[in-house]
Design a protein around this ligand. Structure first.
Ligand SMILES: [Zn+2]
Length: 234
């Protein structure tokens, strides 16, 4: 049984979809390097992703982490030697919260009867990001822009823009198939961050969970978040 499924969202730009948490990660292929966007939720899941990436390309990978939530970055050790790009604040938050996230979600998987995932997560000590962001990454014949457009889902959301294919990997700033997660959100600033994302004029936006969407979907989610923000200030 294959765990994930690649979806082509542009020429040499792929999203990988998973049933687990409806997670979506990304892969951007240059002529000299590949960029992996997010690494899944534990070492075992990261190893699956790394093998899937190797099946697509022999190019050396770099990694971009959209934010410090475990399901996006606990699989990073499966990419040894790869530079791991994230905002400095992402590194800080991951250092401060990794143990608590691991405990909370190990309990979640155990309670759900998923002992395999619980054990894999309990055994995972995620490495901290070690490379700069924001940055323009030259992948060889193509540049991926790692941008901080503002706060929203967290206080350290990173997006990956591939301008030649008009694709944006949004992390959990955008969610398809479930409402946006407000747990660590900066709700008042989230709509403006999505305005900045839409100003990049994307053709396809890849959310952190769910299927790739178009700008109209993002505009709708922006309006929903703006209405929530308005209500919360009353
Ligand atoms: Zn998240």
């Amino acid at each position: 049984m294959t765990e994930g499924r690649w979806v082509e969202v542009g020429d040499g730009v792929l999203a990988r979809r998973y049933a687990e948490l409806d997670l979506t990660v990304g892969l951007v292929l240059g002529a000299e390097r590949a960029l992996v966007v997010d690494t899944r939720g534990d070492e075992r899941q990261g190893a699956e992703l790394a093998a899937a990436v190797r099946a697509v390309t022999p190019l050396p990978p770099a990694v971009a982490i959209t934010h410090a939530h475990f399901d996006h970055c606990f699989g990073t050790s499966a990419f040894p030697g790869a530079p791991v790009h994230a905002l400095p604040r992402c590194r800080e938050v991951l250092a401060a919260t990794a143990a608590a996230q691991r405990a909370e979600w190990t309990r979640h998987y155990r309670d759900r009867g998923d002992a395999t995932t619980a054990a894999a997560l309990a055994a995972t000590d995620p490495p901290l990001p070690d490379a700069a962001a924001p940055v323009a990454l030259d992948l060889g014949g193509r540049t991926a822009h790692l941008l901080h457009l503002g706060r929203g889902h967290t206080d350290h959301d990173l997006v990956v823009h591939v301008p030649d294919q008009q694709v944006v990997f949004a992390g959990d700033l955008v969610e398809e198939g479930a409402p946006p997660d407000l747990g660590d959100a900066v709700l008042a600033e989230w709509p403006a961050t999505l305005d900045a994302l839409l100003a990049l004029a994307p053709r396809v936006v890849v959310p952190g969970h769910g299927d790739p969407v178009d700008p109209a979907f993002v505009a709708e989610q922006r309006a929903y978040l703006a209405s929530l923000a308005l209500r919360s200030t009353r």
